[in-house]
Design a protein around this ligand. Structure first.
Ligand SMILES: C[S@@+](CC[C@H](N)C(=O)[O-])C[C@H]1O[C@@H](n2cnc3c(N)ncnc32)[C@H](O)[C@@H]1O
Length: 207
């Protein structure tokens, strides 16, 4: 197994001691994309908000601050990172659950805002993922996906047999194919990294 492949597999599913160390690296490296995603989510007082694949939980901590009078949930498939988040005092009021975007452990129409950052490369089933997010969003609720561009990821040397690269048009098509409306795109750049956020709303007129 070469280093790029091993490292990429850890990014897809952080495990053990190295997984814990990677959490801090991700929090630092992804500060820019997390900031843009938080702005694009447009969280309002009282909102119920979920982050899927929160990793080192830097964004989840900021969401907790923004959604002060609402409710915050985080879903993570890595037992290592879930355990770490459960020990984090800033997240003591957040609902933290094991799961994947393809199988979300929440009831229908639970959330006003859902986001996921740097996970789209690893989804096993895009249709099932989008359907699950639609299911848990309230009508009119907003979904934001943050991801790094193909050019950016190529510079980092991650393995293409683990990461699936995406362009903005393909992600926008994913939103429209699943009935999301008011789809928007914002490009960002921070500390030499290039990223994109795409957002869309669950159609408010369809219950
Ligand atoms: C590269 S890390 C990104 C973590 C964090 N969102 C960030 O940007 O710093 C990818 C995360 O996605 C999670 N993940 C991988 N596949 C997933 C899936 N199918 N559904 C939800 N989360 C997934 C992993 O457990 C990991 O924490």
């Amino acid at each position: 197994m070469n280093f790029a492949f091993f490292f990429s597999k850890q990014l897809r599913h952080p495990r053990g001691w190295l997984g814990t160390k990677l959490a801090s690296v991700m929090n630092r490296e992804n500060a820019g994309i997390n900031r843009l995603t938080l702005a694009e989510m447009q969280i309002e007082a009282g909102h119920h908000v979920m982050e899927i694949g929160f990793g080192g939980a830097a964004l989840l901590e900021q969401i907790v601050t923004c959604a002060a009078q609402g409710a915050v949930a985080g879903v993570e498939m890595s037992e290592t990172l879930l355990k770490k988040a459960r020990l984090n005092p800033s997240l003591r009021f957040a609902i933290l659950r094991a799961g994947t975007i393809e199988s979300l452990p929440f009831a229908d129409a639970s959330f006003d805002r859902v986001c996921t950052v740097n996970t789209i490369y690893f989804w096993s089933d895009q249709t099932q993922a989008m359907r699950e997010v639609l299911r848990v969003l309230k009508p009119g609720g907003r979904f934001t996906i943050g991801f790094h561009t193909e050019a950016d990821l190529r510079k980092t040397g991650v393995s293409e047999s683990v990461f699936r690269f995406h362009d903005a048009e393909a992600v926008e098509s994913l939103f429209s194919a699943h009935g999301f409306v008011s789809i928007s795109r914002t490009n960002g750049r921070n500390a030499g990294r290039e990223f994109i956020c795409i957002s869309g709303h669950r159609n408010p007129t369809i219950p």
